[in-house]
Design a protein around this ligand. Structure first.
Ligand SMILES: C[S@@+](CC[C@H](N)C(=O)[O-])C[C@H]1O[C@@H](n2cnc3c(N)ncnc32)[C@H](O)[C@@H]1O
Length: 241
């Protein structure tokens, strides 16, 4: 896999070259290294206490339309909070590949895999923008992550090309509600977003790029706004051709 390495833990010897990571990426990795240890607890309060994150996550996994034995890529999987929901459907004959940029987040994902005794999950440390998707996967998921990847449209295109016929791509992420005044959006998201480049995130409006890419690359495209427009669920399938 180009620019990626299989994650085997902190003592691994590198077998693959690690991507050239620019300053934005370095900042992001540093941020998530600090968050990794307590992420599973703090994420329950994400983006604000009481936010229906788990219900949204469940809805995203359901939108994948999985069956037993399916192969799933979880892009920017973090500590693997989606893994139990996916495992429940695909079972031991299925397969998950979790991809993430931050070693410390993957270390937590690895611990989760060990605790649960799953033997069908592999982790890859890579930038989503450089990840070489394996061919003919049944489903691709990204939750609360893709809007942090400036090349989100490319990631969607690469993933769409790798899907098997009828395979599903689902993105769940946060957005600024359409009718929110700029100052309020800035105030709200500055409080809840985990990294300093919030202005850039608001200005870039990544949910629009994600929507356009999903619509352009996939059949049966659907777009659902969740929780007063503060999140979205985008889904689509690879057509038979
Ligand atoms: C808010 S966490 C979400 C993690 C997980 N998807 C979840 O739902 O809990 C964002 C994750 O995206 C990862 N990430 C951000 N940019 C990335 C990139 N360009 N490539 C791969 N992973 C990235 C971070 O390392 C972090 O683990």
């Amino acid at each position: 896999m180009g620019g990626a390495r299989f994650y085997r833990g902190a003592t691994e010897t590198e077998e693959h070259t690690v991507s050239q990571i620019d300053h934005t990426r370095e900042h992001l990795i540093e941020t998530y290294r600090k968050k990794a240890k307590h992420y599973d607890i703090t994420s329950r309060l994400y983006p604000v206490p009481g936010y229906p994150q788990r219900a949204q996550r469940l809805r995203a996994v359901q939108a994948l339309g999985l069956h037993a034995g399916d192969s799933v890529i979880d892009i920017a999987c973090g500590t693997g909070l989606n893994f139990p929901l996916i495992e429940e459907v695909i079972g031991p004959d299925g397969r998950i590949v979790g991809v993430d940029l931050t070693d410390a987040m993957l270390a937590r994902a690895q611990a989760r895999i060990k605790t649960n005794g799953w033997s069908n999950i592999s982790l890859v440390q890579a930038d989503a923008a450089e990840f070489d998707f394996p061919a003919e996967v049944d489903a691709i998921l990204s939750t609360y992550s893709l809007s942090q990847v400036p090349e989100c449209a490319e990631v969607i295109a690469h993933g769409a090309a790798a899907l098997s016929g009828g395979g599903r791509w689902v993105v769940l992420d946060l957005k600024v509600p359409g009718n929110t005044p700029g100052w309020l959006a800035q105030l709200g998201t500055a409080i809840v977003r985990p990294f300093a480049s919030i202005d850039e995130w608001i200005m870039r409006r990544p949910w629009e790029a994600i929507r356009a890419a999903m619509q352009g690359e996939l059949a049966e495209f659907s777009w659902t706004e969740l929780f007063f427009g503060t999140a979205f669920l985008a889904a689509g399938s690879r057509g038979p051709g």
